[in-house]
Design a protein around this ligand. Structure first.
Ligand code: R5P
Length: 297
């Protein structure tokens, strides 16, 4: 990666530092501030001409981060950068993947168009692929989709005795089944009906035969945490011990984290794809390897 430099977006310092250190590449600082009218000022310190650039971006709650991303990409190109690879461990705007009601914006597609016009390649971790099978369904640039399942399985094996993996809904089966296989543990999948953003109902199948096990709920995103909260309640109600909750992306909107703890989760563990106090699983190596050996997917 000799010809590569790394630039992180405002607010992504820790991600940028971790990746640059692991990759052994130079980190160019993107000086930034807001003018009094809140417009952005950006200045790149250091040389990017004729070098590939890794743009590191934590994109949770991304609306305020998008303009700096577009400006930074433009700036880098104007200053002669070669290929721009965006590393966004959390890929936002993936959940509105259909027009559920007439007139709705399918924001996943619009967002994909925007990023595809901005960078040359995208590396991300467990994007919410539900109605889309691959990112290529909506992204026009090469993408690399990485999976946290081996890291989750490793953590579960080391921290939980006799785990029973639990997927809170049908969508989660894709990663729960894989984590269970890697952790050599059984798994069950619950049934979820979402009535609104913060209103979900979860149905648990017969789990009597798993009473000697420790339930471990696994999901890709924990946002309002209503999915996890309802699942924790239902599992405990069925006589299982308080579950450990494992999520890839610690979105935790509003008071979601406190509410999940209050609901009786035995422990809440996430990856550092999004920085949060619940992070216990490091994704740096996974991301760095993908950048060292890019695959044009
Ligand atoms: C389903 O769409 C996802 O896989 C997660 O289950 C969902 O994002 C969790 O959302 P919340 O924490 O708001 O219930």
């Amino acid at each position: 990666m000799n010809e590569t430099v790394l630039v992180e977006l405002p607010g992504s310092v820790s991600l940028g530092r971790r990746l640059a250190t692991r990759l052994g590449v130079e980190r160019l600082e993107l000086e930034h501030r807001r003018f009094p009218d809140e417009e952005w000022y950006l200045r790149l310190t250091g040389a990017c001409a004729d070098r590939d650039v890794v743009l590191a971006a934590g994109l949770v709650r991304c609306d305020a981060k998008l303009l700096p991303l577009l400006f930074a990409a433009d700036l880098l190109r104007e200053l002669g950068a070669r290929r721009l690879t965006l590393v966004a461990p959390y890929l936002p705007y993936m959940r509105q993947d259909a027009r559920f009601q007439a007139g709705e914006a399918v924001t996943s597609r619009s967002f994909a168009k925007l990023l595809s016009a901005t960078v040359d390649m995208l590396v991300t971790l467990d994007p919410h692929l539900h109605r889309y099978r691959h990112l290529e369904d909506i992204y026009a640039i090469p993408t690399q989709t990485l999976h946290a399942a081996p890291l989750l399985a490793e953590w579960i094996k080391s921290a939980v005795t006799a785990p029973l993996l639990v997927g809170p809904d049908a969508e989660s089966e894709q990663w729960v089944a894989e984590v269970a296989r890697l952790a050599a543990a059984p798994y069950v999948v619950l049934d979820k009906v979402r009535h609104g953003d913060s209103d979900v109902a979860v149905t648990v199948p017969d789990v009597r035969r798993w009473r000697g096990h420790s339930p471990v709920l696994v999901d890709d995103i924990i946002s309002t945490a209503r999915t996890m909260i309802e699942a924790v309640r239902e599992l405990v109600h069925r006589g299982l011990p308080p579950p450990v909750c494992v999520g890839v992306h610690a979105v935790f909107s509003g008071d979601a984290y406190a509410a999940l703890r209050l609901a009786g989760a035995a422990r809440i563990v996430t990856t550092n794809a999004i920085e949060h106090e619940s992070n216990a699983i490091d994704t740096t190596e996974l991301l760095a390897k993908a950048l060292e050996e890019p695959r044009e997917a």
